[in-house]
Write a protein that binds this ligand. Structure first.
Ligand code: ZN
Length: 255
């Protein structure tokens, strides 16, 4: 009975870590020979996971994806080290070029502007989604953070939420409230976020630059945010009412 429960728990851990970081499940499997002593097991898991993650950064380019923003030089920054720790910062070389060009162009317009990368893609395998983003499965999609003003009203690097997600800008929507949907409102979380206002100037310029890039095929941003920012382009799209809201971040995908 105990063995069956252990197998179940290990299976759940392997599944969860694979979905979270792609390589975590494999690291757990490789650490299983040390499972008799818990401290040794977790130390072994951490060491194996670190080794796999470092190796992925070297090997992924062979499979058509490169690491982005983590420790790299240049104006593109990762919004949180969590994304790097979980191997969620990979993309095709073309996506990396688009994001680096975007960051450079933003810095030219606004020397204080840093484009912050959120979830991108895992290092390996087309068709392996980076949950909860079902479409981030081919190395050609990425999310970037909105820009905010500091409490004193000056343009700043701070984000409203630690990971750059789920701090929604309120606005009208045609989507009916539904229970079974990925369009989370997470109302209970909203009071926890920093009370920063959207930097309309820099966010608008970011959208304009993205829309002007011919390599970018689609940009998801909530309709009410487009109206507030007074910007519309043919590449702007709405993800639909069953997918995640896009008034806490911007989603872009290559053609
Ligand atoms: Zn996205």
């Amino acid at each position: 009975m105990r063995t069956a429960l252990q197998i179940l728990l290990h299976g759940a851990a392997i599944l969860f870590l694979t979905l979270l970081s792609q390589l975590g499940g494999l690291a757990w499997v490789l650490a299983l020979p040390f499972r008799r002593r818990r401290v040794v097991f977790f130390a072994g898991f951490a060491a194996i996971y670190a080794a796999l993650s470092v190796t992925a950064a070297w090997v992924a380019p062979t499979f058509g994806r490169v690491p982005m923003a983590c420790g790299a030089e240049g104006p593109l920054r990762i919004a949180s080290p969590v994304y790097c720790l979980l191997n969620r910062h990979y993309g095709t070389p073309e996506l990396a070029a688009v994001l680096n060009d975007l960051s450079r162009d933003m810095t030219r317009r606004h020397p204080d502007a840093t484009v912050q990368l959120l979830d991108a893609n895992f290092p390996f395998f087309d068709g392996f989604p980076l949950l909860p983003h079902l479409s981030h499965a081919d190395g050609r999609k990425a999310d970037v953070a909105l820009f905010y003003l500091d409490p004193d009203g000056a343009p700043g690097p701070a984000l409203r939420s630690p990971l750059g997600y789920f701090a929604f800008e309120d606005g009208p929507t045609d989507c009916p409230p539904r229970r079974l949907t990925l369009r989370w409102d997470l109302a209970w979380l909203q009071p926890l976020w920093r009370d920063l206002s959207l930097d309309r100037v820099r966010t608008r310029d970011l959208l304009a630059l993205l829309a002007a890039d011919e390599r970018v095929g689609r940009i998801f941003v909530e309709p009410h945010l487009r109206a507030t920012l007074d910007i519309d382009r043919p590449t702007f799209g709405f993800q639909g009412c069953r997918a995640a809201r896009h008034d806490d971040h911007i989603h872009l995908q290559l053609k």
